[in-house]
Design a protein around this ligand. Structure first.
Ligand SMILES: Cc1ncc(COP(=O)(O)O)c(C=O)c1O
Length: 408
């Protein structure tokens, strides 16, 4: 390709190749998507996003979760600008810290206190440390294939990870009571905690909501063993309900990890906990240079205002269901087998007989050409900015995707 004919995205990729390892890193690397997806973006508004080539998409990834009330939501932007004018990174926290903790304690049934970090991994890791600190025990149970962050104890790969980093982790199968009980037995009298995702949302797999019997058994096992039940609500938190995702199955955790949607794209994470863990949480040295920054807390307060006043989780569910119903009808009319799983607010779409995801990739690439940004393997995300018209526009694109699959 001659540089003169290269698109802005291609030019940026070339420049990045020289100064960014591998040209990009992590889950946002466009190499993880079919060729044709953009790497670089220019701007976003509501549920729309523009790449650097000037193409507009209806966005069903929402920045992989953080955008929950729409890009550049005016209520959030106003709160951010007001706080920015007053100050962000100060010698100590602002009043927003207390306001936000009060708000979470008021909203989330299990929460008696809250503390804050920046990324989901800060929150999940702090939960583990608290479970160990409070109990003096070491073993933590995690579900096979679950994602809790990208540092040595939990990264999906093992590159640069020592066996010692994971020495006290034991695994079980999500929603499988027998395997959970076996893992608890293996931990013996050293069980500090059990970590569960809000629901099973492993990469490239059909999603599974938590079984009530599994959730209740996890609670009982923690109670019987003086261990912490930890819900990792980083991905699902504030999309399904504002009360914590396991509230939907009637089980309250001891500790929850939050991030992503909490501040509509501003960097913030939270840990909430009950009285049992307050003492450990008050003694543990948890901190980071930016963990008390006021702007993202102001953004979180405004985000929660919008979610509450618009009944955000229900609106996202309704729009997600409209998308799901439309796709199901199209799949049936084309005679193509699809599997749609997970809550409608966080839909996953996989194709039958598609072990290498090639069908899914052809489908989403066609949708992309029609101005709709879907993901061929990962769960997607709705926001409160998606309207009926946006969903109907998306369904035109998915129809084109099915037509391409049917033509081969
Ligand atoms: C369930 C879950 N836990 C933890 C994390 C880690 O969050 P972060 O990438 O903000 O550190 C993620 C990120 O995708 C996640 O989905």
């Amino acid at each position: 390709m001659s540089l003169a004919s290269a698109t802005p995205d291609q030019k940026l990729r070339e420049r990045a190749q020289r100064v960014i390892p591998g040209g990009m890193y992590g889950h946002l690397h466009a190499a993880r998507l079919p060729a044709g997806y953009p790497q670089f973006f220019e701007r976003a508004e509501g549920c729309h996003l523009w790449d650097v080539n000037g193409r507009r998409y209806v966005d069903f990834m929402c920045s992989w979760g953080p955008i929950v009330v729409g890009h550049k939501n005016p209520v959030v932007t106003e709160a951010v600008e007001r706080q920015m004018a007053a100050g962000d990174c100060l010698n100590g926290p602002s009043e927003r810290l207390v306001e936000l903790a009060e708000r979470l304690v008021g909203l989330i049934p299990h929460a008696d206190w809250a503390l804050f970090g920046k990324n989901g991994t800060d929150a999940t890791t702090t939960c583990l440390t608290l479970a160990r600190a409070a109990s003096g025990k070491r073993k933590i149970l995690v579900a096979e294939g679950a994602y809790h962050g990208a540092i040595p104890w939990c990264a999906p790969g093992t590159m640069g990870v020592t066996s010692e980093d994971r020495a006290h982790l034991l695994t079980f199968k999500y929603n499988d009571v027998a395997s959970l009980e076996t893992a608890v037995q293996r931990a013996g009298d050293d069980l500090a905690g059990i970590v569960v995702s809000a629901f099973r949302h492993d990469y490239g797999k059909d999603q599974e909501l938590p079984d009530v019997a599994f959730a209740r058994r996890a609670r009982e096992l923690c109670d019987a063993n003086d261990a912490a039940l930890i819900v990792d609500d980083v991905r699902a938190g504030f999309r399904l309900t504002l009360r914590g995702s396991w509230d939907l199955v009637g089980v309250q955790p001891d500790l929850s990890a939050w991030s992503k949607a909490i501040a509509n794209g501003y960097a913030l994470a939270a840990v909430t906990g009950n009285e049992r863990y307050r003492d450990a949480a008050s003694k543990l040295f948890v901190t980071g240079s930016f963990w008390c920054s006021a702007v993202s807390m102001a953004a979180a307060l405004a985000t929660l205002d919008v979610l509450e006043s618009t009944d955000g989780p229900r609106r996202m569910r309704d729009m997600g269901q409209r998308l799901r119903d439309g796709i199901a009808a199209q799949a049936a009319s084309f005679g193509i087998g699809v599997r749609q799983s997970g809550p409608p607010q966080m839909p996953a779409l996989l194709f039958d007989d598609d072990p290498t995801y090639k069908k899914g990739e052809r489908f989403t690439l066609e949708a992309l050409k029609h101005g709709v940004y879907l993901h061929p393997r990962h769960n997607m995300f709705l926001s409160t900015a998606h309207t009926e018209a946006d969903i109907d526009f998306a369904l035109e694109a998915t129809k084109a995707g099915f037509a391409v699959l049917a033509s081969r």
